[in-house]
Design a protein around this ligand. Structure first.
Ligand code: BES
Ligand code: MN
Ligand code: ZN
Length: 503
């Protein structure tokens, strides 16, 4: 989607459709450009509000036809809800709603009116960023595997942000670019998640990471099975044993040579399909396990954005990649495997595979001596039971959790903490090895996090983010259709953009 800025007045701006965000109001008393627009429309906007035909509830829309009264052919009214509740997320949703409305009308072009340079504490730069981001996110569809037209119209190709009151158009243009990069990076993650496991194999994801590196200047290294074996990453390799696709680990690096900058490592679970292994999952719904690499997708998407935005940090993205398949060669329940860290693990369930591959990747991340490590993973069904659709579970360092919490408030990817009390460690005690890989049904998300904590490099602040059920969903939201959401990409990018300011 091509997105540009324009300083046209509403009286000048020619477009097939001009979207206009409006707040709920008892008595609508427009000023400035809105008043001009309403006057040109012979008071029709006020009339539809007064009649209650358009109440400006969140994401409500109404199309008005200007019939030659303005150079814009249509006006798409979009509800923003109550003025006092407006957030960047509300703007993103409204922009997504407008973009999909324009698409459904069969238009390929849309303009959005951006008013006020500091309305409700959201500057015009942040608003422009949110409009660009929301329009792209909301227009996302995964169609690459459809050979027949299924009636879904293609997304709009062109979006113009009309900002007659903005102090500087070039500032708006810079913000548009940021929103564009972040949304496109989320789309990269969504594509990887939506692709089925026969396409999105570990090698496919490696190739995608190499493409990202090529397009952004990120450094890219790949560890193959032989390398992992020589290093001693047997937890990762034990998960790979049952499948035909060789395990790999991708490492993307931003500002690789800048040891003067804070270094942050992002580790993403990349199980390209989780059958459960010998601890086989039930057949019902198993197809959703193509999304078990959502953590890896989030890391790759975030790395792309970090590079394109040129953030002043050193960031390392690590994605351990493998399928989890049952087979004669597969790891058995009861097998004991030695980790890169040296700790031995009794595999009670081969379905607790995410923590196995992450454990070795977390230890490996220590090589970069990071100032902070975040891992992100579709780790436990218990996360879904505990928090449902509206928050990822986070565990670990309080300071880092605060950073994620703040970032998530802005992006709408909210996180909520769970404790890692030492007492939970009891559940992971093994008779035969240093620890077992599952701790029973109770506190399932916590024991998953606790297991990981044992493999984090010494003295390194770390947080585990459990996104099971959030990364691939059955429920559409205004700016994410059903399927891969890319949860985590925008969360990481927002947190990293604020990194210095929060220190
Ligand atoms: N990939 C699953 C977790 C999951 C469940 C992700 C639902 C997305 C939606 C993970 O590997 C898994 O199987 N976890 C087990 C852990 C158990 C064996 C301790 C679970 O949650 O049941
Ligand atoms: Mn599993
Ligand atoms: Zn899994």
């Amino acid at each position: 989607m091509k997105i540009t800025a324009s300083a046209d007045s509403v009286g000048q701006h020619a477009t097939p459709a001009l979207a206009l965000g409006l707040f709920e109001a008892n008595e609508w008393a427009p000023t400035g450009p809105l008043a001009d627009l309403n006057r040109a429309m012979a008071d029709e906007i006020r009339a539809v509000m007064a009649e209650g035909d358009f109440r400006a509830k969140k994401n409500e829309t109404l199309v008005l036809y200007t019939q030659g009264r303005l150079p814009a052919r249509r006006i798409i009214l979009v509800g923003l809800g109550k003025a006092e509740d407006l957030s960047p997320n509300g703007i993103r949703q409204a922009a997504a709603t407008a973009a999909t409305k324009a698409r459904d009308l069969g238009l390929s072009e849309l303009s959005v009116l951006l008013l006020g340079h500091d309305r409700d504490g959201i500057g015009s730069d942040k608003a422009a960023e949110a409009i660009a981001e929301g329009a792209i996110l909301g227009s996302y569809v995964f169609r690459e595997l459809k050979t027949e037209d299924n009636g879904v119209r293609p997304a709009i190709e062109k979006l113009v942000i009309v900002a007659p009151e903005a102090p500087s158009l070039s500032e708006i243009e810079a913000s548009i670019r940021v929103g564009h990069v972040i949304a496109e990076s989320t789309a990269v993650a969504r594509d990887l998640i939506n692709r089925p496991a026969n396409i999105a194999t570990p090698s496919h994801i490696v190739a995608a990471a190499q493409d990202i590196a090529e397009g952004t200047g990120l450094a890219c290294h790949v560890l193959d099975k032989a390398k992992m074996a020589s290093l001693g990453m047997h937890l990762l390799l034990s998960v790979n044993q049952g499948g035909n696709e060789p395990a790999q680990m991708v490492i993307l690096e931003h500002n690789a040579d800048r040891t003067d900058l804070p270094c942050i490592a992002l580790v993403g679970k990349g199980i390209t399909f989780d059958t459960g292994g010998i601890s086989l999952k039930p057949a019902q719904g198993m197809e959703a396990m193509k999304g078990d690499m959502g953590g890896a997708a989030a890391v790759l998407g975030a790395m792309r954005a970090v590079a394109l935005l040129g953030l002043p940090l050193r960031v390392v993205g690590l994605t351990p990649l493998t399928e989890n398949m049952p087979d004669a060669q597969a790891t058995r329940p009861g097998d004991v495997v030695r980790s890169l860290k040296g700790l031995t693990v009794e595999v009670i369930s081969t379905d607790a595979e995410g923590r196995m591959i992450l454990a070795d990747a977390l230890t490996y991340a220590g090589k970069y001596q990071p100032d902070a490590i975040f891992d992100i993973a579709t780790l436990t069904g218990s996360r879904i039971i505990a928090l449902g659709d509206h928050a990822a579970a986070v565990m670990g360092d309080d300071q880092l959790i605060k950073r994620l919490t703040t970032a998530g408030e802005t992006t709408g990817e909210r996180v909520w903490p769970l404790p890692l009390f030492e007492a939970y460690g009891e559940q992971l005690k093994s008779e035969v090895a240093d620890l077992r890989n599952v701790g029973g049904r109770e506190a399932g998300s916590i024991t998953g996090g606790f297991f990981l904590s044992r493999f984090v490099p010494e003295n390194t602040p770390w947080v585990h983010i459990d996104i099971a059920g959030l990364s691939l969903t059955e429920k559409a939201t205004p700016y994410a259709p059903k399927g891969g959401t890319g949860f985590g990409v925008r969360l990481f990018v927002e947190m990293l953009r604020r990194w210095k300011a929060n220190e």
